[in-house]
Design a protein around this ligand. Structure first.
Ligand SMILES: Nc1ncnc2c1ncn2[C@@H]1O[C@H](COP(=O)(O)OP(=O)(O)OP(=O)(O)O)[C@@H](O)[C@H]1O
Length: 255
């Protein structure tokens, strides 16, 4: 049984079909790429999977359960987390608070105990602080825990966004252009990090990326979108030599 399945998932904006009859299946533990030229519909797919948009037609199932009508926070609680093409941190908060807020989204202590500052609240807070620091350590951001997020260099903000997504304890992680704005060394480090977190956190990952060296280097399977439709799917080698893909990317570098 696939972890995520879309059946004929479509999204129209007025007369424009941004996503058309999309059938995707992702199995537990896979690392999958979603690529395509500008405007192909990739981000719209992420917005559909995370409850930002409702499909105009079709169905999304996650862990064999229908996702129909779920709000983004409910999708997070079901186990899907994401990062954004344009980084969306709480830029005026500290690095560690950005992660702790994400823990709050799934914390077990009640608002009641938080309001009255009951012992369970303090225990919860301590535990959260400890876990947040552990996550920051993994992302080599622990020494910057108290810095204001917006003051971090760009590459570190991207890493923090991934750390924050992981704090919600997802089963499926959606990464929207994680290497955007990174230099080749940062991209290489990110590739290693993505592989490593998949193992450590038992994750399944779907990533959108324009950097073909990252996609081809890290993904096991790739879906190619063009004009909202899947025009090809397969291993990196199959995708690189697929004539439809080469045509869609005409004028752009595929390999
Ligand atoms: N909220 C919206 N309202 C109207 N049209 C939209 C909306 N969001 C996206 N679109 C259109 O849907 C199409 C797909 O856009 P989308 O952002 O999903 O593409 P993309 O593959 O992520 O592109 P890029 O690689 O440039 O980020 C585009 O033609 C875009 O203009």
């Amino acid at each position: 049984m696939p972890l995520l399945k879309t059946e004929k998932m479509s999204k129209a904006f007025g007369g424009l079909k941004a996503v058309s009859d999309l059938n995707i299946e992702i199995n537990n533990g896979e690392l999958i790429g979603l690529i395509g030229p500008n405007g192909a519909g990739k981000t719209t797919v992420f917005n559909l999977l995370t409850g930002v948009y409702e499909p105009t037609e079709g169905k999304i199932s996650f862990q064999n359960k229908d996702m129909k009508g779920l709000k983004p926070y409910q999708v997070t609680q079901r186990g899907i987390a994401r990062t954004f093409q344009n980084i969306r941190l709480f830029s005026d908060l500290s690095v560690i608070d950005n992660v702790k807020i994400a823990y709050h989204q799934r914390s077990s202590y009640s608002t009641f105990s938080a309001f009255f500052r009951l012992p369970s609240y303090y225990k919860g807070e301590e535990e959260m602080q400890r876990k947040a620091m552990e996550l920051l350590k993994i992302f080599k951001l622990d020494h910057k825990a108290e810095e204001v997020a917006k003051n971090l260099p760009y590459g570190e903000q991207r890493r923090l966004e991934i750390a924050r997504a992981l704090a919600t304890d997802p089963k499926l992680l959606l990464l929207d252009e994680p290497a955007a704005g990174m230099n080749p060394q940062e991209t290489q480090d990110l590739m290693n990090l993505i592989r490593w977190i998949r193992e450590q956190f038992n994750l399944t990952i779907l990533l959108i990326e324009h950097d073909m060296s990252l996609v081809m280097g890290v993904c096991e399977r790739i879906y190619v979108l063009d004009y909202g439709m899947i025009i090809a799917q397969g291993t990196p080698d199959e995708i690189k030599s697929n004539p439809k893909v080469i045509e869609a990317y005409l004028g752009e570098e595929v390999v």
